[in-house]
Design a protein around this ligand. Structure first.
Ligand code: ADP
Length: 276
């Protein structure tokens, strides 16, 4: 075609130059069953992505549906610490087994394979991406109804590989009030649409959104008023949720006791996930 711009994804013409998007999906282990896969993403590290992953998995598990966490944040894996996991993933001829948390959430994480949790993972992107896909294809995930993937922060080659390799049903975006939330959301949305992908955004979470003073009970918006609902509406995201800065959260994370933290901050997002 003379006016071809080589953007086959947005063109309806059927010509000889047409290049269909390649299906790069990796096969699940033959003995695994996983019904829904939710990616938890953030623009940068330290905003509470692992916290949100853990809270959603705990809430699903507490509601009687079997949850699992695939910790794809290979260079900064904090999921085992949040759950206080100390045992290592075991392997058989069939494959690797995830580690179970106290309430029965199945977890696969790089830190559950290392001899010391403090050993750094100094690998290049493609090697890291391979580990993530192996967590999908070589771990035996039994009867998982909701798998939460704690994605590597940002928009590099590892998150892109995860998007392309795993059948992600939807993503949840985690931000903090200091960030340029609108820009982070747009980046995440655009990434979820790359390469012919059309992954829906199920929810937007603002962590460290406010602080409730333990003395006077007053709610303080330390970083200014939140525009979360407005941003969610603008981008057609159905559910928005806020998590306060809470010393009980920091304590639960530090003590590996995230499963003892009972809070309903993420209800709107959870509802959306359960309605998939
Ligand atoms: P990320 O996965 O985005 O790198 P984490 O979820 O690991 O971030 O959070 C980093 C740490 O910040 C947690 O271990 C916890 O100690 C602290 N933290 C996160 N959110 C809160 C909060 N809402 N209130 C108090 N501490 C928090």
């Amino acid at each position: 075609m003379s006016d071809c711009n080589h953007q086959c994804g947005s063109c309806g013409e059927s010509c000889s130059d047409r290049s269909e998007p390649q299906d790069l999906k990796v096969k699940l282990h033959q003995f695994s069953q996983v019904k829904k896969v939710i990616g938890i993403v953030s623009g940068k590290g330290g905003v509470g992505k692992s916290l949100v992953t853990a809270l959603l998995a705990c809430a699903v598990q507490a509601g009687g549906k079997h949850a699992a966490i695939l910790d794809a944040d290979i260079t900064g894996p904090s999921i085992p610490k949040l759950f206080g996991l100390t045992s290592r993933m075991s392997g058989t001829q069939l494959g690797l087994n995830p580690v179970k948390t106290a309430t029965g959430v199945d977890v696969a994480s790089m830190n559950l394979l290392l001899d010391n949790a403090t050993d750094p993972v100094v690998w290049r992107g493609p090697v890291i991406a391979n580990v993530v896909t192996q967590f999908w294809s070589e771990v035996v995930w039994q009867n998982v109804e909701y798998m939460f993937v704690d994605m590597p922060p940002g928009t590099g080659d590892v998150p892109l590989t995860v998007y392309q390799s795993l059948p992600i049903d939807g993503i949840v975006i985690v931000t903090s009030p200091q960030e340029l939330v609108s820009m982070i959301v747009e980046k995440a949305l655009n990434m979820a649409r790359l390469d012919g992908l059309s992954i829906p955004v199920l929810g937007l979470v603002e962590n460290m959104s406010y602080f409730i003073c333990p003395d006077c009970g007053k709610r303080h918006s330390i970083f200014g008023e939140s525009h979360l609902d407005e941003i969610a509406r603008q981008h057609g995201i159905a559910a928005a949720a806020r998590i306060p800065i809470d010393p009980a959260v920091a304590r639960a994370c530090d003590n590996g006791a995230i499963e003892t933290l009972h809070a309903d901050w993420l209800q709107p997002v959870l509802k959306k996930i359960l309605s998939l």
